[in-house]
Design a protein around this ligand. Structure first.
Ligand code: XMP
Length: 524
C-alpha cells in the first residue's frame, strides 16, 4: 500500500476484466485510488487504508454460489460512500438484505442497453444524466445474474428493459449500486456518475502531477538518504521520467547506465546520451556493447533464442557496469501501476508465454540492491504528464514505445549488420513520412521490419535483387490488442517510393494489415 497523503479511494477487485478502467476514470478526476483484490481486504487493511470512499468492482462469479467473493462487513460500517458495479451491486444487495437471482430466466444482458430514470426527485448522484431530449442514457451491460429485490433502505433511480434495478441507492447511507459498467467507453456519460460519487464523498481532486512530483521527491530523499542509486536507462519514456525525477531529488547520487546493444534506431544512442548527459547533467555511462551483442546473436534466427540471448547479455552487462559504481545500494526502475496491480484471476493456471519480455527482473536480488520505483502508482499517460511537468521535451514524451530487444525483433531470420543498417534507414524515412503527414500522434506504434527475403526489381535500366520490407502501424490503448492503421493509398505509395529511392538495399515495400490478435504488434 502506498503512503500517499492524498484522499484515498479503495477499489475492491472482484475480478472484472475492466477494473483498471475504474481507476483510470477516477485518476482523470484527480482522485487517488488503489485497486486491491478482495482476498486482501481484511478489517485491519480497511482500517489502515482509511478510504474516503469504496468501489466494489464487477466480477465473473455468482453471489448465489457458496464461497463466492465478498467484501468484509466492516466496509459497510465505516460510514463512507460505497459504489457497487455489476457483481458489486449484487454483492451489496445480497449482503444488505436484498435478493439476487441467477440469470437462467433469459434476463442475462450483454452489450448496449438504455436506462431511463424513475419518477420522483433526482438525487445529486444523477446530476448531468438524462439531460438530452431522449431522456435516457446509453449504458453497457454485462451480467448473468440480476438483482430481483433491492435491500431495505434502497430505492430505484433508473431502470432498463433487462434490469429493473439498473441504478439503485440508499441515500442516507450514501450507498450506490448500478447494474451496468459506467467505466467503459460504451457508457458515454459514465464518467459523470463517478464524478457525482466522488463529489458526494468529499474528494477535492487533490491528485495532480505537481503535487505528485513534490511528494515523490520527498519520498525518494527519505528512502535513499545519502546512498548511491543506479538506473538502467533505455531511452524509453518510463525509465527517462524516473531518471529525471530521481535526479531532481538526489542530484549526483544518481548514475544512469545506458546499455547500447547495437539494436537501436538511427542516431538513437547519441540522442539519449546528449539529452541526459549534456542537457540534464545526469552522470551517465554509455555502455557501448554492440560488438558483444551482435557477435553473440550471429547465426541465431529463432525469435525466442534471440530474446533470451539479449536478456541474458543485458543483465550481465548491466551488472558489470553497475558494480563499478561505488556504494550503489539502490536500483531505480520505471515500474508502472499496471505492472503492480495484483488483479484477481479466475482463470486458474499460468497463461501461455507468447514472447519472453526483456526486463531486468531478478537483478536486484542478484546484486543485493534495493529498488527505487517512483512511478509505481502511475498509469502510462500519467507518466507522460509527469514528464511534461519535469520539462522533458514533448517530442520525447510522445514517442512510440520501443521494445527492449530493439531492432532484433524487427529483423526476422538472422541478424546482420548490413540488414540493421538498411532497417535503420528505412525506419527513419517511414517515421519522417508519418510526422510530415501529421499522423504520428494518431498512431500508437509504427516501425519497419526488414524481411528475410530478397526480391527482383527494376530500377532505371537495371535489374535489382534486394530486400523486401514491411511497414507496420497500429492503433492501440495498451498494446494488448491492436488494429492496423488505415493509411491512405496515396500515403503508402509515396512512402514506398521514398524508401526505395532513398534506402539502398530495399526494392520492395509491403504494408502489414494484421490486427492483434491474431497477429502481434512486433514481428517476433
Ligand atoms: P507484441 O509484439 O507482443 O508487443 O504485440 C506489444 C508491445 O510490447 C512491446 N514489446 C516489448 N517491450 N520488451 C519491451 O520492453 C520486450 O521484450 C517487448 N516485446 C514487445 C512492443 O513493441 C509493443 O509495444
Amino acid at each position: 500500500m502506498s503512503q500517499t497523503s492524498h484522499d484515498r479511494l479503495l477499489i475492491i477487485d472482484f475480478g472484472s476484466q475492466v477494473t483498471q478502467l475504474i481507476a483510470r476514470r477516477l485518476r482523470e478526476l484527480n482522485v487517488y485510488c488503489e485497486i486491491h483484490p478482495y482476498q486482501n481486504v481484511t478489517d485491519a487493511f480497511l482500517d489502515s487504508f482509511a478510504p474516503k470512499a469504496i468501489i466494489f468492482s464487477g466480477g465473473p462469479d455468482s453471489v448465489m454460489r457458496e464461497g463466492s467473493p465478498r467484501p468484509p462487513r466492516r466496509a459497510y460500517e465505516l460510514g463512507v460512500p460505497i459504489l457497487g458495479i455489476c457483481y458489486g451491486q449484487q454483492v451489496m444487495m445480497h449482503d444488505l438484505g436484498g435478493k439476487v437471482e441467477a440469470g437462467e430466466h433469459a434476463t442475462a444482458e450483454f452489450g448496449r442497453a438504455y436506462v431511463s430514470p424513475t419518477d420522483g426527485p433526482r438525487p445529486d448522484f444523477l446530476n448531468g444524466w438524462f439531460m438530452d431530449g431522449s431522456g435516457r442514457e446509453q449504458v453497457w451491460m454485462s451480467h448473468g445474474d440480476h438483482v430481483s429485490e433491492i435491500a431495505p433502505g434502497f430505492e430505484v433511480l433508473g431502470t432498463s428493459p433487462g434490469a429493473p434495478f439498473a441504478i439503485t441507492a440508499d441515500l442516507d447511507r450514501r450507498f450506490y449500486a448500478v447494474q451496468f459498467h459506467p467505466e467503459v467507453h460504451h457508457t458515454p456519460n459514465g464518467k459523470t456518475l463517478y464524478e457525482n460519487f466522488i463529489r458526494d464523498a468529499g474528494f477535492t481532486g487533490d491528485w495532480t502531477m505537481g503535487a505528485y512530483r513534490e511528494e515523490a521527491i520527498r519520498k525518494i530523499r527519505e528512502q535513499v538518504g545519502d546512498k548511491q542509486v543506479i538506473c538502467g536507462l533505455s531511452g524509453g519514456v518510463d525509465s527517462s521520467v524516473a531518471a529525471v525525477l530521481i535526479h531532481e531529488a538526489i542530484g549526483d547520487q544518481l548514475t544512469c547506465v545506458f546499455v547500447d546493444h547495437g539494436l537501436l534506431r538511427l542516431n538513437e544512442a547519441q540522442e539519449v546520451v546528449t539529452m541526459f548527459r549534456d542537457h540534464y547533467n545526469i552522470p551517465l555511462i554509455h555502455a557501448d556493447e554492440s560488438e558483444l551483442f551482435l557477435g553473440e546473436l550471429e547465426g541465431i534466427s529463432d525469435p525466442e533464442t534471440k530474446r533470451k540471448t539479449i536478456g541474458r547479455l543485458f543483465i550481465d552487462v548491466f551488472q558489470k557496469y553497475a558494480s563499478e559504481i561505488e556504494g550503489a545500494e539502490f536500483l531505480a526502475q520505471g515500474t508502472l501501476y499496471p505492472d503492480v496491480i495484483e488483479s484477481v484471476s479466475f482463470s486458474g493456471g499460468p497463461s501461455v508465454t507468447i514472447k519472453s519480455h526483456h526486463n531486468v527482473g531478478g537483478l536486484p536480488e542478484k546484486m543485493g540492491l534495493k529498488l527505487v520505483e517512483p512511478l509505481r502508482e502511475l498509469f502510462k499517460d500519467e507518466v507522460r504528464a509527469l514528464g511534461h511537468e519535469l520539462g522533458l521535451p514533448a517530442s520525447f514524451i510522445g514517442r512510440h514505445p520501443f521494445p527492449g530487444p530493439g531492432l532484433a525483433i524487427r529483423c526476422p531470420g538472422e541478424i546482420t549488420r548490413e540488414k540493421l543498417e538498411i532497417l535503420r534507414k528505412a525506419d527513419a524515412v517511414y517515421i519522417d513520412q508519418i510526422r510530415k503527414h501529421g499522423l504520428y500522434d494518431e498512431i500508437w506504434q509504427a516501425f519497419v521490419a526488414i524481411l528475410p527475403v530478397r526480391t527482383v526489381g527494376v530500377m532505371g535500366d537495371g535489374r535489382t535483387y534486394d530486400y523486401a520490407c514491411a511497414l507496420r502501424a497500429v492503433t492501440s490503448v495498451d498494446g494488448m490488442t491492436a488494429d492496423y492503421y488505415p493509411f491512405s493509398h496515396d500515403f503508402l505509395g509515396e512512402t514506398a517510393t521514398r524508401i526505395i529511392n532513398e534506402v539502398k538495399g530495399i526494392n520492395r515495400v509491403t504494408y502489414d494489415v494484421t490486427s492483434k490478435p491474431p497477429g502481434t504488434i512486433e514481428w517476433e
